[in-house]
Design a protein around this ligand. Structure first.
Ligand code: GCB
Length: 610
């Protein structure tokens, strides 16, 4: 069984979880014989027995920055991970056991005790498989992962691999045009968990408001041994655990639907739009047998809110919203893109401190744990799939691009924080091929979810763009006084106003500036503002604020996202000093002058607006 849903593994009366995070064994495939691990079936033994170069590697983490080996940092191709673990005997009785990876970048192949379990391609997204029949219960087991970071013309995102002559001989080198380091490894938690034999596979909720009453439409799918034999009992609990709504529905062909009504519903509001942002109910779903026995229980947080959009505005709970936030990255020193809860919490504390109400998950889906906090704190998310700088539009690429959105929507469809899907960042949208390609991608997303608008961050010029017509909100990225007219601070305000106006004039849709900014070396002071100095970054922001204030009066400009929340690592290029330094915070999450400047604006904006 592999199920259709990807519900986050949670403990309940009927479910157990076991974390497989920790130090795994790690072996790099030799560049001279990259496929040796497959040929010699490395998954049939412990890596430590196979090769004395096996070392320890933390999971979750990127492997690139953990060692002192520059070759590993820049490695292209396969690396192998394994570890052993015990499974209790009790798990072998009347249960299904599942193995879930929250993300491996970029592609993964997984074995349990030498048997192939699954393959997955595309980083930043979870995958899982039932492994019940492969485990030793009451005994030791081994999980092996082959992980490949290679990016090609038909991967999402795209890259190019070529052969280079080095002092060590011929070697593969990876190039890519996107502007963040191509970290690899097991980036997010690995979990073994149980479900009952008859279990809830997926839950989909859609919420609405009628007067003061909240409506929650719940679609449930489950797997049971006997069709039409089960009942689902749903209870909605408020945040103190009191039951506020109840519903029952019967199995009809392994799925069922029910509508819950919540009189006097507490709505999910964004941060700073309400004194109690991020209000979540708990939807408790219980699967019961014909005899009335509880088969399975799962609890899902639910926020009741509506989204609406027109050709000029974006509304949450029927109130117009102005988005003020950032583009971000999952990135930090040492761990790269590995999930790190202290870092995640620190980032949210900084987001609250600075008064942002939104961000875009540039340029790929972020960890479940990061999204959970956005739901809880009321931070609005533009949820981006991993397509960056898309070019050379092929059929295969389109299929994978669609898959990435299918998997993203399947994972995040129930999240109140997700207010829009971003289907790409800075694709080459000037061609007929791009027009058709993004038409197909947008249709695909609308077939999966009509409750949220679609956007795309465009960097082509207004006149040449051919893809904007396919989205609901136009997001544009532009680096006035940085990539264009470098250093000319007096060439920002009018240009931003003029460009935003022409986007709106061309497509008659709401417009958001999804990137602007300047690289800034913290502590570098040059007055009057000169590129790379703190003074320059602050002044560049002020000139943009002036444009945004003028645009806000025109009624269709719906938000500003500075690039970037924090400095982050990139590929080695001579335009980047230790990485991209457009952060408001340093990579270590300390404020530059820009952070204080932005804080003043965002708090003033939220006071003025709400
Ligand atoms: C962009 C990209 C972003 C880069 C940024 C920059 O337009 O969307 O990924 O990091 O510019 O700083 O160049």
């Amino acid at each position: 069984v592999s199920g259709k849903g990807i519900l986050y593994p949670k403990q309940s009366e009927t479910r157990e979880t076991m974390s497989l995070d920790g130090l795994w064994n790690f072996l790099v495939s030799p560049i001279t014989d990259p496929l040796v691990g497959f040929r010699e079936t490395w998954y049939r033994d412990d890596l430590v027995n196979i090769n004395s170069d096996t070392q320890l590697m933390p999971v979750p983490s990127s492997y690139n920055d953990i060692t002192e080996d520059g070759h590993l940092r820049d490695h292209v191709g396969l690396v192998w991970y394994d570890r052993t673990f015990f499974v209790p005997s009790s798990w072998g009785i009347d249960k299904r056991v599942w193995l879930r990876f929250s993300s491996v970048s970029y592609a993964a192949q997984v074995w349990i005790n030498g048997d192939l379990v699954m393959n997955h391609e595309i980083g930043h997204l979870p995958f899982q498989k039932e492994v019940t029949s492969l485990l030793n219960y009451g005994g030791v087991n081994r999980v092996t992962v082959a992980c490949d970071n290679t990016l090609l013309q038909d991967t999402v995102p795209q890259g190019i691999v070529s052969e280079a002559d080095t002092d060590r001989g011929k070697k593969l080198v990876q190039s890519y045009t996107f502007d963040f380091f191509n970290y690899g490894g097991i980036h997010r938690p690995v979990t073994l968990y149980t479900t009952p034999i008859d279990y809830l596979d997926d839950i989909t909720v859609h919420t609405d408001i009628e007067g003061g009453t909240g409506i929650i439409k719940c679609d449930l799918t489950f797997v049971t041994e006997v069709q039409n034999s089960t009942t689902c009992v749903l209870k909605l609990l408020d945040n103190e655990g009191y039951e506020v709504a109840y519903g029952v529905c019967n199995d009809s062909n392994y799925s069922t639907s029910v509508e819950l009504t919540v009189p006097g519903a507490r709505l999910w509001w964004p941060y700073l739009m309400n004194p109690r942002p991020g209000y979540l109910y708990t939807l408790q779903v219980e699967l019961k047998s014909a005899e009335g026995d509880t088969l399975d229980v799962y609890r899902l947080p639910v926020g009741i809110r509506t989204l609406k959009w027109t050709n000029s505005s974006f509304f949450i709970n029927n109130r117009p919203v102005y988005l003020h936030g950032f583009g971000r990255h999952e990135d930090s020193d040492i761990r790269g893109k590995g999930l790190d809860l202290p870092l995640v919490m620190k980032d949210y504390n900084l987001i609250k401190w600075i008064g942002a109400n939104a961000y875009r998950t540039s340029h790929y889906p972020y960890a479940d744990e990061i999204m959970d906090l956005a739901d809880q704190m009321g931070i609005m998310i533009i949820d981006e799939c991993p397509s960056v700088d898309t070019d050379a539009f092929s059929f295969l690429l389109l299929e994978k691009h669609k898959d990435s959105l299918t998997e993203l929507i399947r994972r995040d469809k129930n999240r109140p924080s997700v207010i829009a899907w971003s289907i790409a960042n800075e694709p080459r949208t000037q061609t007929q091929a791009a027009d058709e390609y993004f038409g197909a991608v947008a249709r695909h997303v609308r077939n999966l979810d009509r409750s949220r608008p679609i956007t795309m961050s465009i960097a082509r010029w207004v006149e040449e763009d051919r893809a904007g017509k396919h989205v609901d909100i136009i997001s544009f990225n532009r680096y006035n006084a940085w990539y264009q007219n470098t250093g000319k601070l007096d060439m920002i305000t009018n240009k931003v106003i003029a460009e935003a106006r022409s986007w709106h004039a061309k497509y008659n849709k709401p417009v958001l500036m999804s990137e602007y900014g300047a690289d800034t070396q913290e502590g570098l002071h040059l007055q009057p503002g000169y590129v790379w100095s703190e003074e320059f970054q602050v002044e560049l922001m002020s000139r943009h604020f002036k444009a945004f204030d003028a645009l806000r009066k025109e009624g269709w400009f719906i938000g500003e996202f500075i690039w970037n929340f924090a400095d982050f690592k990139t590929a080695q290029v001579y335009t980047r000093v230790g990485g991209n330094k457009k952060g408001i915070f340093t990579r270590n999450r300390q404020p530059k002058a820009a952070a204080h400047h932005l804080r003043k604006r965002y708090w003033a904006l939220s006071q003025e607006l709400h």
